[in-house]
Design a protein around this ligand. Structure first.
Ligand code: XIL
Length: 298
C-alpha cells in the first residue's frame, strides 16, 4: 500500500500519530495526518490539566475536536493519559493522601466514562517508574498516596470503560534495563493477581542508536500475554535515522503482540523535541528518507 496506515493494516497493525488541537487549522498538517495515519493520540488535550482544570469541572472541548475528527475519518484513538505525575492541574499538584487518591480515582472514572466506546486503548498510568537504575517507583504525589495507586487506577478505568484496552506507558523502557524490568515485574504481578492490564506502551523517544535488545524487550512483554505498542516514537536525526526507523518497524512486525506504532507528531516542526528533527516529514510536509524507510519495511 502507499500510506503508512494502509501498509501497517496489511500486516494487522496500525500506524498512528499525535495530533495537537492548535494545529488543526493547518491544512498541510491535516492532509498528511488524514492520509497517512489510522490511529490518533491527542498530544496534550486529554491529559489531567486539560480535562479537569478545576476540581470536579471537566472540559473535553479540545479532546473532542481530536477524537471526533479521528473517528469521523475512520481512525482509532489512543487515550493519553489518565494518571501522570506531570501536567497535573494546579489544584491536584497541591493535594495529598486520601483526598488525592479519591480525586485521582474520580478523574480516571469521569474521563474514561466520558470517552467510553471511543477509545481503543488508554494510557491509564504514564511514567510511574524512576530512572535510578534500580527500578524504583518514581516519587510523586500520586506515589505517596500508596504503592497500590497504579492498580487502583487500572481497576477504575476498567469499570468506567470495559471495552478499552488498558495500558501502562513509559520511556527509557525500550531496552532491557532495570526500569523496563521493574515494569515487566509489575505487569506479571498484575496479570497473576487479576489486576486489569492489557497492554504496555513504549514511548520510544530515541537518540541516535537503538538498544541492541529492543526487540527482545518487546518480546518478553508480549510473552506475558499483553499487547505491546510503540506509543510516542521519535528518533533524533543523524546519519542513522532512516535505518533506525526501519529497525524499529521490523522489530514490531517480528513480535506477535506488537499491534502498532505511533509517531509523536507529523512534521519535524511539530515535534516537542526542538532541533532534533525526529519525525517522518520535514517542516514543509515533504516525506523524509525515514518515511520511505518505514513504508518499505511495512
Ligand atoms: C509532551 C508534548 O509533546 C508537549 O507538547 C508538552 O509540552 C509536554 O508533553 N512523554 C509523554 C508525552 O507521555 O505526553 C509528552 O508529550 C512527551 C513525553
Amino acid at each position: 500500500a502507499s500510506t503508512l496506515g494502509a501498509s501497517a493494516a496489511e500486516k494487522g497493525r496500525y500506524y498512528g500519530t499525535a495530533i495537537a488541537a492548535g494545529r488543526m487549522g493547518d491544512s498541510t498538517y491535516m492532509t498528511i495526518a488524514n492520509r497517512e495515519f489510522n490511529m490518533i493520540t491527542a498530544e496534550n488535550e486529554m491529559k489531567m490539566d486539560a480535562t479537569e482544570p478545576s476540581q470536579g469541572r471537566f472540559t473535553f472541548t479540545n479532546g473532542d475536536r481530536i477524537v471526533n475528527w479521528a473517528l469521523s475519518n475512520g481512525k482509532r484513538v489512543r487515550g493519553h493519559t489518565l494518571a501522570w505525575h506531570a501536567q497535573q492541574p494546579g489544584w491536584m499538584q497541591s493535594m495529598s493522601g486520601s483526598a488525592l487518591r479519591n480525586a485521582l480515582i474520580n478523574h480516571v472514572t469521569q474521563v474514561a466514562s466520558y470517552y467510553r466506546g471511543k477509545v481503543y486503548a488508554w494510557d491509564v498510568v504514564n511514567e510511574a517508574f524512576a530512572d535510578d537504575g534500580r527500578g524504583s517507583r518514581r516519587d510523586s504525589n500520586l506515589q505517596r498516596t500508596g504503592n497500590d495507586w497504579i492498580e487502583a487506577a487500572f481497576r477504575a478505568a476498567r469499570a468506567a470503560d470495559p471495552g478499552a484496552k488498558l495500558c501502562y506507558n513509559d520511556y527509557n523502557t525500550d531496552g532491557i534495563n532495570a526500569k523496563s524490568t521493574a515494569v515487566y515485574n509489575m505487569v506479571r504481578d498484575f496479570r497473576s493477581r487479576g489486576v486489569p492490564i492489557d497492554c504496555v506502551g513504549f514511548q520510544a523517544h530515541l537518540g541516535t542508536s537503538l538498544p541492541s535488545d529492543f526487540q527482545a524487550n518487546l518480546q518478553r512483554f508480549s510473552d506475558l500475554g499483553v499487547e505491546v505498542q510503540l506509543t510516542e516514537l521519535d528518533i533524533q536525526q543523524g546519519s542513522n535515522q532512516a535505518n533506525m526507523y526501519a529497525q524499529v518497524t521490523n522489530a514490531c512486525l517480528a513480535v506477535a503482540r506488537c499491534t502498532g506504532i505511533t509517531v509523536w507528531g507529523v512534521r519535524d516542526s511539530d515535534s516537542w523535541r526542538t532541533g532534533a528533527n525526529p519525525l517522518l516529514f520535514d517542516a514543509s510536509g515533504n516525506k523524509k528518507p525515514a518515511y520511505t524507510s518505514v513504508l518499505n519495511a511495512l
